[in-house]
Design a protein around this ligand. Sequence first.
Ligand SMILES: [Ca+2]
Ligand SMILES: [Ca+2]
Length: 535
Amino acid sequence: MTAPPDAYIGVSGNWSDVTRWSLARSPQSIDNNVRLSASGGSTVVTLDTDVPALQRLYVRSAVGSTMTLSQAQHTLTVANEVVVGDSGVGAIVQSGGIHSINGSLYLGVVAGASGSYSISGGSLSVSNRAVVGGGTGNSGGAGVFNHSGGSVTIGTLSIAAAGGASGTYNLDGTGSLTAGTEQLQGQSARAIFNQLGGVNQAVELMVGGYAGAHATYNLSGGVLAVGREQVMSLFNQSGGSHSISESMRQFGTVSLSGGTLSAFSFENYGVFNLTGGTFTGKISNLGVVTLGGSGAVVLNGTVENVNGGIVQFAPNASSITLSSLSLLSGAFDIRNTSLQLSYGTNSSFLSNVRAMIAAGVGGGAGLKSSTVNADPIHQGMGYADGTAGVVSGLPAGQILVRPALLGDVNLDGTVNATDIQQLQNRGQFNHGPTTNGWIDGDFDFDDVVNNVDIRTIALSGNYVSESPAPAAAATGSPPAPASGQVTFNYDPATGDVTVHLNGVANVVDLHLVSSGNKFIPAKSTFTSFATTTRA
Ligand SMILES: [Ca+2]
Ligand SMILES: [Ca+2]
């Protein structure tokens, strides 16, 4: 049996004033629909008594007027749902007391209507859904939740849940929000969560229900602690503490410019901008990670590129210095990806990068490549400054770091006579006084180019002769190379490998290593070399 609605009528007053109610009594638990309806101006109903469990409570108004329920004390319990703003403008203002909803709360339910909930003290609990902007159908109005104090506990928080609905949750001060799931949906209008302070704890946080959703979480202060998090649109953090105890899956854009962000696991499929603040954790990067900016960046963990992920420094060259990027633990793993660094006018950048690579190669915190580490015989951490003019297409002011074949000093992907020529042109072989780098032929980061580095090339087997094999080669008579240039020639017809010194006098040893001990010195010819055969 359905009881008739009980409706509050007239001007501002107290809940307990029976003369204000259409049934000439205060609402009772048998009332299915209790309506606070303002027909003109601004009407405030003050809760001045405990209210027995109601079925449904509506706070609404005619267009152009406002209805507000004010609670500073007492207990208000609703068994089914509370609807604020299913027409006109509705508001609940709570500064104390207990408001318990054993169902759902809706703010701003239909197009053109708006509903707000402002809490600065006391407690609100919603066991099912709290919808800020949207109702049970497919349309919605504007919902706002202002939370500056008191505690709010919600089963599922949905912001801008329906098409056309917009919703904003503002958390600040000493407000405490605890929820099972928080969804910033933003189907066609925007869902926004602004956290300037307070504490927000959720088992699961979703920023944007799908790719292209209009959802934004802005964190500038306070604490956000979640178990799982998924971002499909925007997350901007400029301050505060943001921790993810389980997993973050990021398909949109996450920007960290201040504060702390820590994640047990962080999968980046979208764009992750670290321009300031501290990130702690491991980033598995399948998208784009951009490091550096106007603020100091601390990366306290590991970046691993997976399947084509890009890690790069921000293009704002002059503001980036390596001293503002700290790899406190773990490493910056570029895997098989090229890392291009814009350093502007910072003249110490190259040596800093070189030091980070050396540290990473040595196993410490630094730049490293797990691809290189898995194949140390053939690969090394190649790097070059565009200013040197030896890497094609690399402009001045940029540094390229990439896994490279040992010996590929010009980073073109091949070790051939061009690289040997570059070694000679750079003139750093056994030349002590200057610090040497990859482009000079120093592959072991000891600052000098010597026999150890040359031996590294030889042992790698990376060298390929790109001299075209003329017809004469088939007869075992390769063309004579230029004077002063050591070359290797491989004759595919005979399998012979011939070393031509061509007047170079300082080659002191030559190592030939075969797989399976099949190399037979007695069948080889050595000219101008002493040979040693290993047992
Ligand atoms: Ca090369
Ligand atoms: Ca060296």
